[in-house]
Design a protein around this ligand. Structure first.
Ligand code: BGC
Length: 802
C-alpha cells in the first residue's frame, strides 16, 4: 500500500506548494521541503518554525501602529551546496537537468531528492539527498547526500551553513508588515570543526541555538578533506574541499541539533546543541531510531481505505502532516495546534477554533497530545478572563486567534490582495471559539474518561466559559427569550449589518445554540466531578447557586431566529439581506470562493448578501447527531424534525462560496445522510484541497490542518459511524460505495480496539486495555468484549457472524 508521494519533474512554479507538502517536522520543529541549495526567492522559500516560536513587531499602516505576533522563521539549517572547483554552485534553476525525482516517504519520514545536472563545462554531477527531522530525538535533523561526479574527476567544494539572515517573507500579503524578527547573538567554531549559530528574537527574546557538523565519507571512511570555517553576522559556514574520482559515490552528512530557550531540562540552548552534536552518531544511526519511531506511530495512526490508490495516499498525507505538526514530542511544550501547521507563515502560526476538527482524530489515538493541547488553553485562562472583562463580561473569553500568551492576536487590519486596500478586520468577534473549546474538553473526556483532567483543568475552563455566556445573554421581555448580540459566526463574511457603524450581528443561531449547550453541560460536569472539587471551584470562580440556576434558565430559553418553513436564520435580520447573483459572478470571475475580496474591490460589501464563506448554522449538524440536536431544540422549546436538517443544508448550500477549506468538510459530513453522491464529491474535494491547492496558492503558505484532520474524522466517525457517548462506544458503518474496506485502530477509554469493515462485514477486535472487558455497541445492540476477543458482524442485520 502506498506511503509515498513522488514528483518526477522539476517544476519551478510548483516548488512552494511542494515545499509545504514536503515539510518535515516532529511536533517540536518543522522545516519546509525546500531544496538545500536554495535561498528564499520567487521560486523557493526555505522556512523553519518552532512550536510556540512567536515574536511581536509593530508596523505603521494607514497612520496606525499595528502590532502583529508572527510565527518566526528561524535560521535556515538546510544550506548545503556543491560545486566542482572553479565551477558554479549546483543550481537546478540554471543547469541542464538530466534526471529529477523527489519522493516524500511518509512511512519513514524521509524526504528524498535525486537529480543529475550538467554545468556549462559539460560536467555531470548526481546527488541523492535524504533528509529527516528526527521523530525520536526531537532536537536532531540530518541530511545525507550521495554525491557522484558522473563524467569528471577533480576537486569539489561543499558549503554547509547555518543562516540566520532570514526574515519572515513567506506570505506576500504580509510584505508591508515588519518581517525582521531575529537578532544575531553569535556564531562560533566548535570542537571537531563543528559550527554554532545563536540568534534571539527581537521582542520575545527567544533564543535558538543551532549546531552542526558536516563530513564527507568514501567507502564508509572519512574522506581526506580540507575544512575552513567562515563567519559573518548571523551566518556561519563550513567550506569543505575534497578530491572526487569519476564514478565514485561520496557520502556527505550534515547533522544539525536545534535547541531553544523554550526547552525544558536544559541549562542553556547553545550548550545543549553543541553537546548533542558531540554525542550523536552518523546519519544511519539517527535514521534507524527515527524509522523505528515512525513505525510505532503508524501502528496507531494509520487509516486504511481500499478504493482507488489516490484517496488512500491522501489520507496518509493528512495523517502525516498532523504528525509533523503535533506528535508525542509536543506533549508539555505549552503550545496549541496552529491552523496552518508548522508548515508556513499564513495566519502567523496562530491557533483558532480549528482544533474542533483536529481533536476527534487525536482523541481516539493520541489522547496525551489532546490533553497537552487543551492545557495550552488552561494556562491562558488569565488572559481569556481579561478579554471577557474588557468587554464588560464575566468569566473567560478565549481569543479568536491565539499565540504566545493567549492575547487576542487577530489582525486589526487585513490586506485585500485583490484591491490592495487595508480593511478593518472584525473577525475577532467570533466568540463561538469559546464553545468549541468547551466542546473539545467534553469530547476529550468522553473518549478518555480522564477524570483527573476534567476535574482539575477541564471544569475550570468549562465553567469560566459558561459564566461568559451567561453574562452575554440578555433577556428580551417581548420575546421572552435570551439573546446574544454583537458577535460574528463561523461565516466570516458577515461581520456587521449593511451600512451599520456597529460591528457584529445579533443572535447568530450557531453561537446561541452552542452557548445553550455549554450552559447545560457545565451543570452536568459540575455534578460529575468530586464534590470537594466542585465546592472549591465554585468558591474560586465566585459561582453562586443563583448563577447556576441562571445557566439552566438561559440554556432552556435562548433565542433561535427562524426564516420560513423550518429554515433557521443564520442570524437576526438575515431575511432582509439581498440574494447574491452567484451565476453572474461565476461567469465573470470563474473562481469566486473569496467573494468578500471580489466585492470589496468592486466597492460593494459582502455583508449585504445572503452569501456565506463557510458552513455556519450547519455546524450544529456537524457537531451533534440528529438525535442530540433534536433534544437540544426540544429543550429550547422549538419544534424540530429530521427533515429540517436537509432543508437547511439545501438552503445554505446554494448560498455558500466555500471560501474556507473547512466548509466542504462540514457539507460532506452532513450530506452523508441525505445525498451520498454529493457528500462523496465534497469528501474528495477535501482530500485534494491541499494536495492540489484548490484555493489557488494558499497551501504554499501552510497546509490547512483542520480540513486534513477533518477528512480523517469523516472516515472514522462518518463512514464507520464511530460514536462515543457518555455510556459507550458505538460503531455503525455506512461505507460509501466508492470504498471497499476501511481498517483502523482506536484507543477508547484506555482500550485499543481495531476495526475493519466492508459493505457486508464489520470486524471488531479488542486488542488490549486497562480492563479485561469493554462494552461496544454495534449498530443497535450492545456487546461485551473480553480482552483479545475478535468478533464479526453482518452489517445488514447487525447480528454476530458466529
Ligand atoms: C476560516 C476560519 C478558520 C481559519 C483558520 C479561516 O479562513 O474562515 O474558520 O479558523 O481560516 O483555518
Amino acid at each position: 500500500m502506498r506511503f509515498s508521494i513522488t514528483y518526477n519533474e522539476w517544476i519551478p512554479k510548483e516548488q512552494k506548494l511542494r515545499e509545504s507538502l514536503c515539510t518535515l517536522g516532529n511536533g517540536y520543529i518543522a522545516t519546509r521541503g525546500a531544496a538545500e541549495e536554495c535561498v528564499a526567492d520567487k521560486i523557493h522559500y526555505p522556512g523553519t518554525y518552532l512550536a510556540g516560536g512567536f515574536d511581536r513587531a509593530v508596523t505603521k499602516i494607514a497612520d496606525k501602529d499595528i502590532e502583529n505576533e508572527d510565527f518566526v522563521n528561524f535560521p535556515n539549517w538546510l544550506c548545503l551546496k556543491f560545486r566542482p572547483e572553479g565551477g558554479e554552485w549546483i543550481d537546478l534553476d540554471q543547469m541542464i537537468i538530466h534526471h529529477f525525482q523527489q519522493v516524500l516517504d511518509m512511512k519513514k519520514g524521509l524526504l528524498i531528492r535525486s537529480f543529475t545536472v550538467e554545468d556549462k563545462k559539460g560536467r555531470k554531477t548526481s546527488i541523492k539527498s535524504s533528509r529527516l527531522v528526527s521523530m525520536r530525538e526531537k532536537h536532531l535533523a540530518a541530511i545525507a547526500w550521495e554525491l557522484t561526479a558522473e563524467n569528471w574527476s577533480g576537486k569539489g567544494e561543499i558549503c554547509s551553513a547555518l543562516d540566520g539572515r532570514v526574515i519572515n517573507g513567506g506570505v506576500p500579503r504580509y510584505s508591508d508588515l515588519e518581517s525582521h524578527h531575529l537578532e544575531p547573538k553569535y556564531t562560533q567554531e566548535q570542537k571537531d570543526n563543528s559550527i554554532l549559530l545563536v540568534v534571539e528574537t527581537k521582542q520575545s527574546n527567544l533564543v535558538m541555538a543551532q549546531a552542526c557538523s558536516t563530513n564527507v565519507y568514501l567507502n564508509g571512511k572519512e574522506a581526506p578533506m580540507q575544512l575552513n570555517i567562515n563567519q559573518e553576522k548571523n551566518y556561519i559556514e563550513q567550506m569543505i574541499s575534497f578530491d572526487l574520482d569519476e564514478g565514485h559515490q561520496y557520502k556527505v552528512e550534515k547533522i544539525v541539533s536545534i535547541y531553544s530557550s523554550r526547552d525544558r531540562a536544559i541549562t542553556e540552548p547553545s550548550h545543549e546543541a553543541c553537546m548533542a552534536i558531540e554525542r550523536t552518531g552518523r546519519f544511519e544511526e539517527i535514521a534507524f531510531r527515527h524509522f523505528q519511531a515512525y513505525e510505532r506511530l503508524w501502528h496507531k495512526a494509520d487509516i486504511g481505505i481500499i478504493d482507488g490508490d489516490k484517496n488512500q495516499l491522501l489520507i496518509r498525507l493528512h495523517i502525516f502532516h498532523i504528525l509533523q505538526t503535533v506528535s508525542l514530542n509536543t506533549i508539555g511544550l505549552d503550545v496549541g495546534v496552529p491552523a496552518r501547521g508548522l508548515h508556513g507563515e499564513a495566519y502567523r502560526g496562530h491557533i483558532f477554533w480549528d482544533e474542533l476538527y483536529i481533536f476527534p482524530y487525536l482523541n481516539l489515538r493520541f489522547p496525551e497530545i489532546s490533553r497537552s493541547l487543551l492545557k495550552y488553553r488552561f494556562f491562558r485562562l488569565k488572559e481569556a478572563r481579561y478579554i471577557a472583562s474588557e468587554r464588560g463580561k464575566n468569566g473567560a473569553l478565549f481569543p479568536w486567534q491565539s499565540g504566545s500568551n493567549g492575547r487576542e492576536e487577530s489582525q486589526k487590519m487585513h490586506l485585500n490582495p485583490e484591491s490592495g486596500n487595508w480593511i478593518p478586520d472584525n473577525t475577532h468577534l467570533q466568540s463561538h471559539i469559546n464553545s468549541a473549546i468547551a466542546y473539545n474538553i467534553w469530547h476529550y473526556y468522553l473518549a478518555t474518561e480522564d477524570q483527573h483532567f476534567l476535574s482539575f483543568f477541564g471544569t475550570e475552563i468549562f465553567c469560566s466559559i459558561a459564566c461568559f455566556w451567561a453574562s452575554m445573554a440578555e433577556y428580551n421581555e417581548a420575546k421572552e427569550r435570551y439573546e446574544i448580540k454583537g458577535v460574528v459566526g463561523p461565516d466570516e463574511y458577515h461581520t456587521a449589518y449593511p451600512g451599520s457603524e456597529n460591528h457584529g450581528l445579533d443572535n447568530n443561531a450557531y453561537t446561541n445554540v452552542m452557548a445553550a449547550w455549554v450552559l447545560q453541560k457545565a451543570i452536568v460536569i459540575l455534578d460529575l466531578i468530586e464534590k470537594s472539587r466542585k465546592r472549591e471551584l465554585l468558591k474560586e470562580l465566585d459561582i453562586s447557586n443563583t448563577e447556576i440556576e441562571k445557566w439552566k434558565e438561559i440554556s432552556e430559553k435562548i433565542y433561535v431566529p427562524f426564516l420560513e418553513d423550518g429554515i433557521i436564520a443564520q442570524f437576526d435580520g438575515y431575511d432582509k439581506l439581498e440574494e447574491f447573483p452567484w451565476e453572474d459572478y461565476s461567469k465573470k470571475y470563474g473562481d469566486i470562493h473569496r467573494l468578500d475580496r471580489i466585492l470589496e474591490k468592486e466597492g460593494d460589501d459582502v455583508n449585504k448578501y445572503k452569501a456565506s464563506k463557510q458552513a455556519d448554522l450547519l455546524m450544529l449538524f456537524y457537531l451533534f447527531t440528529p438525535s442530540d440536536i433534536k433534544e437540544i431544540f426540544q429543550k429550547l422549546g422549538y419544534e424540530f424534525n429530521d427533515s429540517m436538517i436537509y432543508k437547511n443544508v439545501q438552503y445554505y448550500n446554494e448560498r455558500t462560496s466555500h471560501g474556507s477549506t473547512l466548509s466542504r468538510l462540514v457539507f460532506s459530513w452532513i450530506q452523508l445522510r441525505y445525498d451520498k453522491e454529493k457528500s462523496w464529491q465534497d469528501f474528495e474535494q477535501v482530500l485534494i484541497s491541499d494536495f492540489e491547492d484548490i484555493q489557488g496558492g494558499t497551501t504554499a503558505e501552510g497546509i490547512h490542518l483542520g480540513a486534513m484532520a477533518g477528512s480523517l474524522d469523516l472516515v472514522q466517525r462518518g463512514f464507520l459511524g464511530i460514536e462515543v457517548n457518555d455510556k459507550a462506544l458505538w460503531i455503525n458503518p455506512d461505507i460509501p460505495e466508492h470504498i471497499k474496506k476501511i481498517t483502523l485502530r482506536i484507543k477508547y477509554r484506555k482500550h485499543w480496539i481495531s476495526i475493519s469493515a466492508n459493505h457486508h462485514t464489520l470486524k471488531i477486535s479488542f486488542e488490549e486495555g486497562w480492563s479485561n472487558m469493554v462494552h461496544i455497541g454495534v449498530i443497535d445492540k450492545m456487546y461485551e468484549f473480553k480482552q483479545g476477543e475478535v468478533r464479526e458482524f453482518s452489517i445488514s442485520s447487525s447480528s454476530p457472524v458466529e
